[in-house]
Ligand binder design. Structure first.
Ligand SMILES: *[C@@H]1O[C@H](CO)[C@@H](O)[C@H](O)[C@H]1NC(C)=O
Ligand SMILES: *[C@@H]1O[C@H](CO)[C@@H](O)[C@H](O)[C@H]1NC(C)=O
Ligand SMILES: *[C@@H]1O[C@H](CO)[C@@H](O)[C@H](O)[C@H]1NC(C)=O
Ligand SMILES: *[C@@H]1O[C@H](CO)[C@@H](O)[C@H](O)[C@H]1NC(C)=O
Ligand SMILES: *[C@@H]1O[C@H](CO)[C@@H](O)[C@H](O)[C@H]1NC(C)=O
Ligand SMILES: *[C@@H]1O[C@H](CO)[C@@H](O)[C@H](O)[C@H]1NC(C)=O
Ligand SMILES: *[C@@H]1O[C@H](CO)[C@@H](O)[C@H](O)[C@H]1NC(C)=O
Ligand SMILES: CC(=O)N[C@H]1CO[C@H](CO)[C@@H](O)[C@@H]1O
Length: 501
């Protein structure tokens, strides 16, 4: 679901850059789920259970090659819930979540929408884990081997993942004797991109797709690299002009302080950091990460997606910054804001600014070259021009491979998407919340009667897929109602077609 910012990756590229240039810090956004460490995902997962049973499927390593190595297999995890299923005899529907970059249990638990609509549709729910994440690791399930070099990581791609999903779904339908049951696919963030692409590439497997917050246009020459940060900027500005100004002014103040004797110690103290060896760049990354993720997960109710947060966290951060009790000091104000993102639980003793990298780093070095992180004059973040060259050299250095920045648009399209899709595509819902910085790379216009863009002005990253709560605002209830209505129409159309033979 979460396509979050690849913050980690970004951090990596950032460090690489700083090493050479010591230029100002910039954080490249990541999809939200890539920001959550496996340990953290695990902790939140074990807190919940009873939603599904876990299964494994023997999956082929390489769907697109007939050389002997490609016949190697790995165990792919999927989760299943058949409590509400109407059964194969009734041709009751199969709802499949297309796993993103992380542990599938985490996505299942953050996709309450599917659990809540399953009884209405008498649907069986299936959540499939993406290869190279969670427990679905090729090369004997050993991530140290699988993740080690580009020759083992080479089998990780969106096209392989889609082929995995098709293979598993077809096999599962056979096992359930449910070949005539309609399949609807769901996904948020990167998972949403996969859902949309799955419907385009495998129309014989899925009758429709709900692609929530899927930035399928966040690629080279399609949207401005500034959209992401422009939206983040707008989010904070919309709360208060002062909030925007304080944050925007803080970067220079951090640099200036860091350059004075004892400045680093002062920063450490002001922000209550555990690390005793940080740079201004580390601190700025850490703050920018908080600002970006808070914008992405600016949900109208308390949430625990990337981290526990109050309802409307952007507003809360700005209130902290604007509040008189935060004093006049920029750092006190910023600390108060960061404390909301990093310490809403109140259990953090000091902040550990450290970084690590996940599997998305590989993906963002091969095909997922998303122009992001560039900032214009107005930006709330330090100015930084997005350069393809930086990504290319970082990837070369890290993985010894050349990224293929045009592959995604070659494989799935994107240019003139409306004109192209309206002639051959159908049955996709593109949901976007305009407060979500990723919405800049989303499909925001209706393409045809069955390629529908649902746009929520107040919405954040795949908010529609979350479990409903009593406090949900009307607009969110309406979005979900609209989605249910559209999915109902796909399914009844399918049954009609089936009758007509
Ligand atoms: C399916 O999900 C529901 C919650 O919506 C839960 O009560 C039920 O136990 C789950 N069934 C299985 C087989 O896990
Ligand atoms: C279908 O059944 C076969 C035989 O039991 C099993 O090996 C395979 O994993 C099953 N497929 C799925 C998707 O679970
Ligand atoms: C702090 O980091 C710098 C490089 O960033 C390194 O040269 C120095 O040894 C480190 N100091 C400590 C105490 O780790
Ligand atoms: C904050 O600013 C106001 C107005 O500029 C000033 O009167 C006040 O003394 C300042 N407070 C602190 C704690 O610096
Ligand atoms: C986290 O919040 C708790 C409770 O408000 C507070 O006592 C603690 O100092 C905070 N941690 C940091 C690092 O600021
Ligand atoms: C390596 O594998 C683990 C699964 O345990 C995954 O979470 C992680 O993101 C992978 N890292 C890389 C660099 O691919
Ligand atoms: C797309 O069409 C639907 C009705 O079919 C409408 O509810 C929705 O607002 C339209 N979306 C946009 C972005 O105009
Ligand atoms: C603060 C911190 O831990 N920074 C580390 C982030 O990752 C780079 C690359 O591995 C390290 O060099 C930094 O020390």
């Amino acid at each position: 679901m979460a396509i979050v910012f690849q913050f980690i990756i970004i951090l990596f590229s950032l460090f690489f850059l700083m090493y050479f240039t010591f230029t100002c810090a910039h954080v490249i956004p990541k999809l939200p789920s890539s920001a959550v460490s496996p340990e953290l995902q695990q902790r939140s997962i074990s807190a919940q259970n009873g939603l599904y049973r876990t299964k494994f499927f023997t999956q082929i390593l390489d769907h697109f090659n007939y050389n002997p190595q490609s016949y190697q297999t790995f165990q792919q995890r999927y989760l299943i819930n058949d409590t509400y299923w109407g059964g194969a005899k009734k041709k009751a529907p199969i709802f499949v979540y297309m796993g993103n970059e992380g542990d599938i249990q985490w996505f299942a638990q953050n996709t309450g929408f599917m659990f809540e609509i399953a009884p209405y549709f008498n649907a069986i729910l299936v959540f499939i884990e993406h290869r190279y994440y969670g427990k679905s690791i090729p090369f004997g399930g050993n991530d140290e081997v699988a993740n080690k070099t580009s020759s083992t990581l080479g089998y990780m791609s969106s096209t392989q993942a889609l082929a995995d999903y098709a293979t598993l779904i077809i096999d599962l339908k056979k096992n359930l004797s449910a070949t005539d049951s309609p399949v609807v696919v769901f996904g948020g963030s990167y998972g949403g991109m996969l859902a949309a692409w799955f419907r385009m590439k495998y129309p014989h497997v899925a009758i429709g797709a709900l692609a929530s917050s899927a930035p399928i246009l966040q690629f080279l020459d399609l949207v401005s690299p500034y959209t992401f940060t422009n939206i983040v900027t707008q989010d904070y500005k919309s709360e208060s002009e002062n909030c925007y100004k304080v944050i925007k002014g803080s970067w220079k103040e951090i640099d200036d302080t860091a350059n004075t004797p004892g400045g680093i110690e002062q920063l450490q103290k002001s922000f209550r950091l555990c690390n005793n060896n940080i740079s201004a760049g580390d601190l700025k990354n850490w703050l920018q990460t908080a600002l970006m993720y808070t914008a992405m997960t600016d949900y109208p109710t308390p949430s625990n997606f990337v981290t526990p947060l109050p309802a409307y966290p952007v507003k809360k951060m700005c209130e902290a910054i604007d509040s008189k009790s935060s004093g006049n000091e920029t750092f006190t104000k910023l600390y108060a804001a960061a404390n909301i993102f990093y310490n809403y639980s109140g259990s953090v003793i000091c902040f550990d600014i450290s970084n690590d990298s996940g599997g998305w780093d590989w993906q963002s070095c091969t095909e997922m070259i998303m122009p992001l992180g560039g900032n214009n004059e107005e930006s709330i973040f330090p100015a930084h021009k997005w350069e393809l060259e930086e990504t290319l050299s970082y990837c070369k250095q890290t993985y010894h491979i050349d990224p293929r920045p045009h592959w995604i648009t070659t494989e799935f399209g994107g240019h003139d998407i409306g004109r192209v899709l309206k002639r051959y595509g159908s049955n996709i819902i593109f949901f976007n919340g305009l407060r979500d910085p990723w919405s800049g790379g989303g499909v925001l216009k209706n393409i045809s009667k069955t390629l529908i863009a649902i746009v929520a002005k107040e919405g954040a990253h795949h908010v529609d897929l979350r479990f409903s709560t009593k406090e949900d605002p009307e607009w969110l209830k309406d979005v979900r109602k609209q989605e249910v209505k559209i999915i109902t129409s796909w399914i009844s159309q399918y049954y009609q077609d089936l009758l007509q033979g």
